[in-house]
Write a protein that binds this ligand. Structure first.
Ligand SMILES: C[S@@+](CC[C@H](N)C(=O)[O-])C[C@H]1O[C@@H](n2cnc3c(N)ncnc32)[C@H](O)[C@@H]1O
Length: 272
């Protein structure tokens, strides 16, 4: 299997030519690569986050904190985030006594049912991390899945959302309007949102890859008016109408991607 490119051009090497789950070889039209974490290891990203982040964001609770991981793939990054943010050692299988004194319940979703099945089978924390197959662009399905999860805790919002290496796939498959709607939905649902946007060069690489495979181009690639500096665009979209503000940028991974932390101006005022 090829090694990933140093510039992290998701779509050119590594995951792109791997066999995607549940569809024809090489397609992975949603970024649903079966071995994604081998090429873009969770450690490279979680190590950028302060381990005591949850304590800083939520000094007074609530408990448990509720997290949402959108586009979780087969769950490796979700589990790494969970361990890191609770201060659990790699070999510790029980969340009983998290070092940072926080209790976190995580709902992880992905459009690919095969990946979700794998994530469930491998989950070291079945009591605290739940998985669901969900197309995040389907309003009825997300209401059903996310709404019923939140209602189990008598809550209407998540404390923190994770959207890691997902925005490009939403953008390529649903266009500018789809990306704006997706971000607006997340901003209405999460008090804090951690986003790892793919830079524009990844879009070009993903489109090149499809062409190399002899497939049709992404429906929207050539008509995207939102392009170029994706960090700037995503920050601007989220800040529209004062919905969210950028609180912090946690450096850059070896794939040249930043982790951006946004805070909801509406939900945090009301509920923290
Ligand atoms: C490149 S992977 C990123 C996986 C993981 N978040 C990480 O960073 O390691 C993108 C994931 O987003 C998922 N995805 C793309 N579009 C989606 C949608 N509309 N609804 C739910 N998941 C989606 C894909 O199936 C894929 O597993």
């Amino acid at each position: 299997m090829a090694a990933p490119m140093r510039d992290g051009t998701e779509g050119m090497s590594g995951p792109p030519l791997a066999v995607p789950s549940g569809s024809e070889p090489g397609a992975a039209p949603y970024g649903n690569f079966p071995n994604y974490s081998r090429f873009h290891p969770p450690e490279g990203r979680v190590r950028l986050l302060p381990p005591a982040l949850l304590g800083r964001l939520f000094p007074a609770g609530p408990s448990p904190l509720l997290g949402l991981d959108v586009g979780c793939n087969s769950g490796e990054l979700s589990v790494a985030l969970y361990r890191h943010l609770l201060g659990l050692q790699e070999n510790k299988l029980s969340p009983d006594q998290p070092v940072f004194g926080k209790d976190l319940n995580l709902l992880c979703c992905d459009i690919d049912a095969t990946l979700i099945e794998r994530a469930e089978q491998c989950s070291p924390f079945p009591g605290s991390i739940s998985y669901a197959t969900l197309d995040l662009m389907d309003p009825d399905a997300r209401e059903l899945v996310l709404g019923s999860y939140l209602s189990r805790f008598s809550r209407s919002t998540f404390d923190i959302g994770f959207c890691m290496s997902v925005t490009m796939w939403i953008h390529l498959n649903h266009g500018d309007d789809g990306l704006v709607e997706f971000l607006s939905y997340l901003s209405s649902l999460c008090k804090y949102l951690l986003i790892e946007p793919q830079p524009w060069k990844c879009y070009r690489a993903a489109a090149r890859r499809l062409r190399k495979l002899g497939r049709n181009d992404f429906d929207h690639f050539r008509s995207l008016a939102i392009n170029g500096d994706m960090t700037e665009s995503i920050t601007r979209i989220l800040a529209e109408d004062g919905a969210m503000e950028l609180v912090c940028c946690f450096g850059s991974t070896s794939w040249d991607r930043s982790l951006l932390l946004f805070k909801s101006n509406r939900l945090t005022q009301k509920q923290l």
